[in-house]
Every structure is written in structure tokens, then in C-alpha cells.
Design a protein around this ligand. Structure first.
Ligand SMILES: *[C@@H]1O[C@H](CO)[C@@H](O)[C@H](O)[C@H]1NC(C)=O
Ligand SMILES: *[C@@H]1O[C@H](CO)[C@@H](O)[C@H](O)[C@H]1NC(C)=O
Length: 366
């Protein structure tokens, strides 16, 4: 706003015929004054702190990574919303083999979480301090506001991998404190603390080519052109409870990977419930594949948690735990997931290399 005022002033004065030395001098003083004012406003942020915070975080991020970023519809009866990544550390204690890890950094933060790698690598589980069967409120996350923002919660991580020659992959990770599994033949199976899902958009010279949607052990890829969009932005649907990411609303059966049906044994349900804009509360990073390292676009953002090799929720409860239930070999409570670094950030194809076919669907469907 101040910048506009300066420009307007300059324009008005440059147009006036009687431009003399003293008016130029006073104009310079006005500009100097206004630019000092702008600088002090930028620090104190009386307009809108949140706006400045957003600009600081996104500075340096390629425009197209923002312009085409997914908008996510949460399902209308969702109970487990996007959650603050750092809050997960407040409500959990790291355990290995159901035993609390001793001599932790104090406090444990997103900056130093990777210190736990020395205590057991992948065998470390961020384990809920509360009994999750008592439905502690923190599992519910934050319902996005009318603008799509999860207020007070940084609930997404956006990672840009520039392969060179105009080939850029942007990963949009979505974090939820809790995953409620699907109900199969009346049994709810596969509940776990901590849930990381993602989209990936593959760009060529700033133009989106294809988009990956993560779903359980696998997912689906579509051409950008065939997808539902809002403006230029990809529209994604987060399934109720499991938060698997789909390109269409409705019911999705995922009993057999790569065979997507609209009904079956294990169904996910999506609709246009609450709109979430993951770019409004995100941490942003460049990823360097050669060194497997992350550099934040804004220097104040944490990195350690991205290097943490362990899991983001409780370890699967043993059968001896009274909370646990088994149904045809499937457990009600399973283990929490690993984080973004474990999702193949340097891909050859738009799909991760996981043994399934990579089909980039040119027609939108379930
Ligand atoms: C966990 O405990 C079990 C039984 O006490 C033991 O057999 C197993 O090796 C332990 N695993 C780890 C990762 O320490
Ligand atoms: C990353 O992927 C590219 C292909 O885009 C490949 O050439 C390169 O070797 C990969 N780097 C690593 C460290 O795997």
C-alpha cells in the first residue's frame, strides 16, 4: 500500500510541468521517509502479520509451485483434520520397543528430532502420551477456516526437487495427527497415530504435466489436463479418516492396488466437505537429491524433523494389549508412518518406484 502511494506521488510529480530542484529534493525526502516507514512496517507488521509470515515463507519458491498447488477437499464428516506437525512432539514420547528413549534433547523440537536416529533409526516411534482410545482432542487437528487455512497449525510441507533442464517435481505433503482406518465388514481396521499423505506435481518448464495422488500403499497418477481444477489449481479429495488422496469425489475401493473401482471390500469416501488450502500454513524446502538434504526457503524453518528416520505415531500394539483387535490377520491399530523423506523424493517417474505399474491416466475416473 505504501509502495503504491510512493509510485502515485512520483507519477503525479513527474507529470507536473513545474518540476524544479527544490520539488525534486522534497520528493526525495518524502520517498526516503516513506521507505523508512515501509521498512519499519515490514518488521512490526501492523497490516497483517499472517500475510507477512506467508510472504516470508514463500519468498523464492517458484511461482508455478504456488499457482498450480492442490486445493484439498476434506470429507464432510471428517473428524481427524490437518494437524500441526510440531504439536505431534508435544503429545508423544519417543519409544523403541515400547520403552521410552532416555537422554532426549530437552525440549525435543522439529529442529532436533533427527537426534533420535541414534536411538534406533526406523524403530523409534513417537508414541502418544494419552491413551488414544480415550479420544484426546489433539488427534482431531484443526478445521480449516473460511479461507482454507489451518489457523495456528503448520500442517503441510512443500518440497521442490529441481532435476535441471526445466524438470521440477513439487511435493505437497499433508500431515494429520491421526488416521482412522476404513470399516471392513463392520470392523474398523488400520487406525494409527500420525499420517503423512501427498500429491506430487511434475512440471516441465513451469507447465504441470502429471500429478501423483498417494493412497495407502500406492496411489494414482493423472495427466494435469484431465484433472478437476479450481482456476489453475489441482483439486484433490482427502478420504474420510484415512486421508488417502483422490482426484475425484465419491467412493473409492482400494482392495487391489492399481485397480480402482467405485465399490468393493475396502472403501474410502470423499466429498466436498471443508476446503483446505495447504499452501497457507506450510514449511517450504528445496531438496538436493545428491546429498539427500533439505534447504528451507526461509532460513528460520526447521529441518531436523525431515531427517528423522523413525515413525510419527505409536508402534502397532501387541495382541496382548487390551486395546488391540485382530480381524482375519488385520489389526485395528497399526504402526504410525515414516515422514516425507521416505516417500522417494527423487523419482524417475511421477509414481514412486514400488513394484506397481506407473499408469499416468489421461482420463479422470475413480
Ligand atoms: C524388542 O523386544 C523383543 C522382546 O523383548 C526383542 O526380541 C527384540 O529384539 C526387541 N527389538 C528391538 C528393536 O530392540
Ligand atoms: C535423481 O534422479 C535423477 C533423474 O531425474 C537421476 O539422474 C539421479 O541420478 C538421481 N539422483 C540420485 C542421488 O539418486
Amino acid at each position: 500500500m505504501v509502495e503504491t502511494a510512493v509510485l502515485q506521488l512520483f507519477f503525479d510529480c513527474a507529470c507536473c510541468k513545474k518540476l524544479n530542484m527544490s520539488s525534486i529534493m522534497s520528493l526525495r525526502r518524502v520517498i526516503l521517509f516513506l521507505s523508512t516507514l515501509t521498512a519499519s512496517l515490514a518488521v512490526e507488521g501492523p497490516f497483517d502479520n499472517a500475510e507477512h509470515e506467508l510472504q516470508r515463507r514463500q519468498a523464492g519458491v517458484p511461482n508455478y509451485v504456488l499457482e498450480y498447488a492442490p486445493l484439498v477437499w476434506l470429507q464432510s464428516s471428517e473428524q481427524y483434520h490437518p494437524s500441526d506437525i510440531g504439536a505431534q512432539l508435544v503429545h508423544t514420547k519417543p519409544e523403541v520397543n515400547f520403552t521410552i528413549v532416555k537422554d532426549l534433547p530437552n525440549p525435543l523440537t522439529l529442529d532436533n528430532l533427527n537426534a533420535l536416529n541414534a536411538d534406533g533409526g526406523k524403530d523409534v516411534y513417537l508414541t502418544s502420551v494419552d491413551d488414544i482410545t480415550k479420544a484426546p482432542a489433539w488427534l482431531n487437528g484443526i478445521v480449516p477456516d473460511a479461507t482454507g487455512k489451518t489457523n495456528g497449525a503448520v500442517s503441510s510441507v512443500i518440497v521442490v526437487n529441481d532435476h535441471g533442464s526445466g524438470n521440477v517435481d513439487a511435493f505437497y505433503f499433508y500431515f494429520y495427527a491421526y488416521n482412522q482406518g476404513d470399516t471392513v465388514l463392520g470392523q474398523e481396521l488400520g487406525d494409527h497415530v500420525g499420517d503423512w499423505e501427498h500429491n506430487m506435481i511434475r512440471f516441465k518448464n513451469g507447465i504441470p504435466q502429471a500429478v501423483w495422488f498417494s493412497q495407502h500403499d500406492n496411489g494414482e497418477a493423472f495427466t494435469y489436463n484431465c484433472l478437476e481444477k479450481q482456476g489453475q489449481r489441482v483439486v484433490a479429495y482427502s478420504a474420510k479418516g484415512t486421508h488417502a488422496v483422490y482426484a475425484t469425489a465419491g467412493t473409492h475401493d482400494h482392495t487391489i492396488p492399481d485397480l480402482n473401482l467405485d465399490q468393493g471390500l475396502i472403501e474410502d469416501h470423499c466429498d466436498q466437505g471443508v476446503r483446505w488450502d495447504p499452501t497457507l500454513n506450510a514449511y517450504w524446502y528445496r531438496y538436493d537429491a545428491a546429498s539427500s538434504s533439505f534447504s528451507p526457503y526461509s532460513s528460520s524453518e526447521p529441518v531436523g524433523y525431515l531427517l528423522y528416520a523413525g515413525q510419527w505415531g505409536d508402534q502397532q500394539y501387541p495382541d496382548s494389549d487390551p486395546r488391540q483387535r485382530e480381524f482375519f490377520g488385520f489389526a485395528k491399530y497399526t504402526s504410525g508412518p515414516t515422514g516425507p523423506a521416505d516417500k522417494q523424493l527423487n523419482r524417475t517417474q511421477v509414481c514412486p518406484d514400488n513394484g506397481y505399474l506407473c499408469i499416468v491416466r489421461p482420463v479422470l475416473g475413480p
